[in-house]
Structure formats: structure tokens, C-alpha cells
Write a protein that binds this ligand. Structure first.
Ligand SMILES: *[C@@H]1O[C@H](CO)[C@@H](O)[C@H](O)[C@H]1NC(C)=O
Ligand SMILES: *[C@@H]1O[C@H](CO)[C@@H](O)[C@H](O)[C@H]1NC(C)=O
Length: 696
């Protein structure tokens, strides 16, 4: 067999092997555990989870479709267990299938058992993959996902499947079959802007024009679409120099583990391979942070999904009080890195959906607010106006129980996912709805700050984004907060009075958290476009990269008037904007040279800086479950490369030892040759600052 695997594909191949091996456990005589099966309403007998799923808006093509071309000898097998009751099967070497489709993704479903083997899959005659339909079962397991690719540019594609008739260890010619293809149709980016311009007034035109202008000039910056997250990327964090962790909610993702869809994964930043992570509890709208010892915790979420979407089939457990622990994982091959959950012993003291989790100065996590159950906008009935800590603390008489926080009552209703930062003096800044405060957690004291101007609400579902600007010796590390976007829609408005076409806010509010700064209050500036649900990424240059989000509507799905598909928001903002905090007022925002994306990133989208210095952008899923109706579930990843990616830059020359929390560390840095004279005897910070000026 010729081997033309790229690293990514070879990992994917490994993934399939893994999936089928995992399936084999349940084939060894034990009945499937509930975890791996579903319970039909009224029945308590778990059945095997079936990966075959056609998301709304996607299209299934049965194996007997005239659009599928067969060459060689294929026979048709009929059974009620197959899609449209038929399956095409061959054992002939080099028998092939060819199918042309239009869209951004393709899935191939068929049987697996001991008699199935490896097929070569060609997409557009170019990319070569190997798909293995073997699983250790005597009788076929039906409607299994044999192959998927969600990483295609929108357009016409051809998938060709060629039976190799073999797999390692097999003496007889192996089987290859097809039950159905499922095509992810995607949206034609060329007509997207027509769809996304507002049908409710002339609001849409100005920022669309701005986007068109920006896309024509992209010197210095570049944008590449590459990779697929396999689980929808609702939450994202960099965990090492090679990997990011992705946490989703329970839904019909293509990446599978133990015979059911995964809802967490590790993404290899170098090879773009994804590895599914096992997770017990539903992490829908959880929060997370790293503890001082490098352990990541992901806490809260949603109950078991028991909706008509059949998501209950996944066998997840209630995530509302869950604490999911992920120990430091710095291996290039993170096979042993797993979540640890032990719900009867390690859990929060109260249920939380949409809670913020923040590492504070003693290295522990402060868990802030949330609703006691999932829903939409917060209200007094479901509000959880408390904080708790992990590991739990016994102070203020709490004995580890939640500590009441009046701020979280006063900020109802749009106060979920409060914006929070640990400040250099150990206190905590918090913003929710239109308000802000500094919380002295050691003494349980709130100090209220001036209200955010112009009635702008900045937390869910009127979601803005917040940042602690770079702390610098130049101003004695005085903390300064920047909050951008959100909405001025009143949060007592009924959902049916809110429209996906209501304009978002373009306001950024900035305040220095010193006595003078607080006296001066919030300083207001405006982004070139309004944005709800933006993501803000702090770059090594000290600039802020603002990306994703929508120009109209609010967060969530299925709530307001004029939904697009299920999305409560419309008019995706496709061009990022760069904010230079130290530039003169009026000259801080620029979209010049920034590339424009073709992928809307609305509710549940993410962005992060990577260890290499570029920006990873993923996600968007304003839907209850995986959907391909505009705005669908987005698995494609994009990478924005700032100009400094192609420049000579300081390089850490020796491996950095493990950092102790609050410890000191020496880092050896090689400086760019042409500028090295300028850096002699300088502290790292000033080197970076000087370099920044050089780069500018
Ligand atoms: C870090 O601390 C947490 C909380 O005490 C603990 O559960 C975890 O095992 C620790 N991890 C490491 C690597 O020490
Ligand atoms: C409060 O929110 C919950 C969850 O969204 C909802 O079920 C309930 O009806 C709301 N109650 C009121 C009084 O609005």
C-alpha cells in the first residue's frame, strides 16, 4: 500500500483506529452501558448510540442515489437498519465510488466489523486519506461514521473511495461499503453579504462596505483557514506549546469517543490533528481557569439534555455542579492527558450555568455567579448571586459554602458571565450588566465603581468583551480595564420585543483603576463597527485584536424576533479591528491591512493567541444541536498572522524551567541581530517595548 499521509491525515487515521477499538469493548459480551447508549422515552433499556445524523440543513445521499457512481463489482444489501434500507458493498480490490457534491464538508457512513478493511479516500483527487472500517465484531455495526472532512473551502468537490481489500493481519479480501453520504452544504461566501445585510432598515450597509474595503488590502497580515475542531469550539484554552483544549456542549459532533460524539478535544497547533477527550458531564456554558499549580478546571454547565433532539442519547450526566479537572499536559503526544471527574466527591457547592471562573492571587479559583439552571437571560428566581472557591475556603463563616455577593443581585438581569480580572494588589475587578466594582475577597468587601456610560450592557446576553490592558513598569503597573461592545437593549424587554436586527454597541469603555483613574471615570471610544459577542486578544505588541461577533442582535439562540436560523444575532462582523492602547485618542482603532474572513463567528465562537504568536479563531454555533442551517455549526479553524510572524524576533534559547506560582525565573533570550546593540543591559520588558517600536 502506498503511503502518502500527511501528519494530519495520519493522526486522523489513528483516530479512526482508536474509535473502532473503543467500539470493540462493548462488543465483548457485556451489554452497552447507558453511557454508550440511549433510552427511548418510557423505556429503561439502553440502546447502542448510532453516529448517523443528518443535521438540519445538511443533506443525506443514500447509497442508491444516481449521483453516486460505482465502478467494479458492488452488490446491494437490504435491511431496515440501513439509511433508506439499502447499502452497497464490495470485496473487490480497487472497486471504487465517486460522488460530486457542493459544500464545505462530507461524511461517509457504513458498517464496521471484522470483515471490513481500509479504503483510500481522495478529495478532489488530491488529498489522500486512509479510512479503516474495521471493528472487532462478528456482526456488522450499522450506520457508523467511517470518514469525515469538514475542512473544505465552499464549492464543488469530489470524493472518491477506493477499496484496498486489505488491512494488517487480514488474509481474506476485506469489505468496503457505503450506506450514505452526508454533505455539509455551508454558505456561499460570495452571496453571504447579500443575505446578511439588514432587511430591517439601512443599518447593514456601512459596516459591510468597511469590510469590503479592508479585504482588498492585507499587506503584512494574513489569514488562513486550516483544520477542523471535530467538536464545536465553545470554550478554548492553550494548554502547552503544542496543544489547545476545546470544550463544547453535548451535541452531535463528528469526532467520536467510546461510540458516541465527543464534546471535548485536544487540538494540535502544529499538525492540526484533533484527539477526542472523554467527559462525563454536560459542559454547556461552563467556565474555566488554570489554578496556580497549572491544573485547568472547567466547572458548571447544564443538566442532561433531554430534548427532542435525542441528545439524551449521549448518556451525559448533569454538569450544573461539575468540576472537571485537567492536569498539566505538556507532551507532544498527549495520549495520557484526560479529564478527571468524580462527581460524588468533587463538585461545587451550588449549581451554576454561565459562571465566570478566575484564578486569584493565592492561586485558587474564584467561581462567580451564574444561574441555578440553564435558560436565557438571568432573573431573580434562577440567579445564583454568590461566589465560591476551588479548592474551597473556610473563611467569612462560609465553611466552603457559597458567599453572597450583593453586586450580583443589583446587576440583574443581563449579568451572566461577569467580566472579572485579578488586580496587582490581589483584589478582583468585576463588571456585569452596566456596573462595575472592585471586590476585596479577603475581607468580603465590595467597592462600587462608576457605571458604564451610555446605558451599555456588557454581559450575557448583551455580551461585550473585557481585557486588563498590559501591566507596565512605565506606569508602575497600574491596572487599566478595557471593555468593548455589548448592547443598549433594555434587559427587561420581553424576548419578542427584541430583534436580531437591533444594533449592537460600538462603544469601548476604559478606566484606570487608581484613585485618580476612578475619579476620572470611564473614558469612552468607539470601534469602527458595532459588535456584540466580540473576542479580544492581547497581542505581544501590546495591541488588542478584536475579532468575531455580530453588528446586530444579542447572544443566544431561539429567543428573539427575526431569528436567522436560530440565531438571535445577525450581520456578522467579518473584519477584525486592532486597538492600540497607547496611541492618541482618535487614532487607536484600525482595520487597515487586516484580512476579512468569510466565516461568520457569532454565538459560541472563540479566539486566542497561540504560543507561536498567531491568532487561532474557531467556533460559532447559535443552535441547540449541530445544524447546517444559516447560521450553522462551524468546525473550521482560521489563523490570523500578524506582521511580526515573518520578522526576526527575540527567541527564547533555553527551555524555560517549570514556573512556580509567584516564583522568579530567568529566561535566556536571543535578540534579533540587526537590533541587538539596542538591547544590551536592558530588562526584558523594555527590550520588548523597544522591539515593538522597532517593529512599528
Ligand atoms: C493542583 O491543585 C488542585 C487543587 O488543590 C489539585 O486538585 C491538583 O491535583 C493539583 N495539581 C497538581 C499538578 O499539583
Ligand atoms: C427565570 O428564568 C428561568 C430560566 O430561563 C425561566 O424558566 C423562568 O420562567 C424565569 N422566571 C421569570 C419570573 O421570568
Amino acid at each position: 500500500m502506498t503511503t502518502l499521509l500527511t501528519t494530519k491525515r495520519s493522526f486522523r487515521y489513528a483516530t479512526y483506529v482508536f474509535v473502532f477499538l473503543a467500539l470493540s469493548f462493548s462488543a465483548s459480551g457485556h451489554s452497552d452501558p447507558a453511557w454508550n447508549g440511549h433510552t427511548v422515552p418510557g423505556s429503561t433499556t439502553p440502546a447502542t448510540f448510532t453516529p448517523f445524523y443528518v443535521p438540519p440543513g445538511a443533506k443525506a445521499y443514500d447509497s442508491s442515489s444516481p449521483l453516486i457512481h460505482y465502478s467494479g463489482h458492488w452488490s446491494t444489501v437490504y435491511s431496515s437498519g440501513y439509511h433508506r434500507k439499502s447499502l452497497h458493498s464490495t470485496s473487490q480490490v480497487n472497486a471504487a465510488i465517486s460522488f460530486r457534491f457542493t459544500g464545505t464538508g462530507i461524511e461517509w457512513f457504513g458498517n464496521c466489523d471484522r470483515h471490513h478493511g481500509i479504503a483510500v479516500v481522495l478529495i478532489d483527487g488530491l488529498h489522500r486519506h486512509f479510512a479503516d472500517a474495521y471493528c472487532a465484531r462478528d456482526k456488522p455495526r450499522k450506520q457508523q461514521r467511517i470518514f469525515w472532512d469538514f475542512d473544505l473551502p465552499y464549492g464543488d468537490h469530489t470524493i472518491k473511495i477506493i477499496n484496498t481489500g486489505e488491512r494488517p493481519g487480514s488474509t481474506k479480501a476485506t469489505l468496503c461499503d457505503i450506506d450514505a453520504f452526508v454533505v455539509t452544504r455551508g454558505t456561499d461566501p460570495n452571496i453571504q453579504s447579500l443575505f446578511s445585510s439588514s432587511s430591517h432598515g439601512d443599518f447593514g450597509s456601512s459596516f459591510l462596505e468597511a469590510q469590503t474595503l479592508a479585504s482588498t488590502a492585507s499587506a503584512g497580515w494574513s489569514l488562513v483557514q486550516k483544520g477542523s475542531t471535530g467538536v464545536h469550539a465553545m470554550q478554548l484554552a492553550i494548554i502547552s506549546s503544542s496543544h489547545a483544549i476545546i470544550v463544547d456542549k453535548v451535541e452531535h459532533n463528528p469526532l467520536t469517543i467510546s461510540g458516541h460524539p465527543a464534546w471535548a478535544a485536544l487540538y494540535n497547533l502544529r499538525t492540526h490533528a484533533v484527539k477526542p477527550l472523554a467527559m462525563q458531564s454536560n459542559s454547556f456554558c461552563a467556565g474555566g481557569t488554570f489554578l496556580g499549580n497549572g491544573t485547568l478546571i472547567n466547572v458548571g454547565g447544564n443538566p442532561v439534555v433531554d430534548d427532542h433532539t435525542a441528545s439524551a442519547d449521549f448518556g451525559d450526566v448533569d454538569g450544573l455542579q461539575a468540576i472537571r479537572i485537567f492536569e498539566p499536559c505538556d507532551k507532544e503526544s498527549p495520549d495520557d492527558c484526560e479529564f478527571y471527574e468524580h462527581h460524588s466527591q468533587i463538585r461545587m457547592a451550588s449549581p451554576r450555568w454561565y459562571n465566570t471562573v478566575l484564578r486569584i492571587s493565592d492561586g485558587s479559583a474564584m467561581i462567580i455567579g451564574g444561574s441555578k439552571k440553564g435558560g436565557w437571560i438571568n432573573n431573580a428566581t434562577v440567579n445564583n448571586p454568590t461566589i465560591e472557591y476551588f479548592p474551597p475556603k473556610g473563611f467569612h463563616g462560609s465553611n466552603g459554602l457559597p458567599i453572597h455577593l450583593p453586586f450580583l443581585v443589583d446587576t440583574l438581569s443581563s449579568n451572566l458571565f461577569p467580566i472579572a480580572f485579578a488586580l496587582p494588589d490581589g483584589q478582583v475587578f468585576m463588571a456585569a450588566n452596566r456596573d462595575a466594582m472592585i471586590y476585596d475577597w479577603k475581607n468580603n468587601l465590595e467597592r462600587r465603581l462608576p457605571q458604564i456610560p451610555n446605558r451599555i450592557r456588557v454581559t450575557y446576553p448583551m455580551a461585550g468583551t473585557g481585557l486588563l490592558l498590559p501591566l507596565s513598569p512605565d506606569n508602575n503597573y497600574q491596572p487599566e480595564i478595557l471593555i468593548c461592545g455589548g448592547s443598549d437593549i433594555p434587559d427587561d424587554k420581553a424576548s419578542y420585543d427584541i430583534s436580531s436586527q437591533d444594533p449592537a454597541s460600538s462603544q469601548c469603555s476604559r478606566m484606570v483603576l487608581t484613585e485618580d483613574g476612578i475619579d476620572a471615570g470611564w473614558q469612552v471610544e468607539f470601534m469602527p463597527q458595532p459588535r456584540t459577542m466580540p473576542d479580544a486578544v492581547l497581542l505581544p505588541t501590546g495591541e488588542v485584536f478584536i475579532v468575531n461577533g455580530a453588528a446586530t442582535g444579542i447572544s443566544g439562540y431561539g429567543n428573539v424576533r427575526d431569528q436567522v436560523g436560530s440565531s438571535n444575532a445577525d450581520n456578522p462582523v467579518l473584519t477584525p479591528v486592532l486597538y492600540s492602547p497607547r496611541a492618541a485618542v482618535g487614532e487607536r482603532f484600525s482595520s487597515a491591512n487586516l484580512p476579512t474572513s468569510q466565516i461568520p463567528r457569532l454565538y459560541h465562537s472563540v479566539a486566542t493567541l497561540t504560543p507561536a504568536g498567531d491568532i487561532m479563531v474557531a467556533g460559532s454555533n447559535p443552535n441547540l444541536d449541530r445544524s447546517e442551517i444559516k447560521y450553522g455549526t462551524e468546525y473550521r479553524v482560521e489563523w490570523f498572522s500578524p506582521p511580526y510572524m515573518s520578522m526576526d524576533r527575540p527567541e527564547i534559547t533555553e527551555e524555560v524551567p517549570k514556573l512556580q506560582f509567584e516564583g522568579e525565573v530567568q529566561v535566556k533570550v536571543r535578540l534579533p541581530k540587526e537590533n541587538s546593540g539596542r538591547f544590551k543591559g536592558m530588562k526584558l520588558w523594555s527590550i520588548l517595548r523597544t522591539l515593538e517600536r522597532v517593529i512599528e
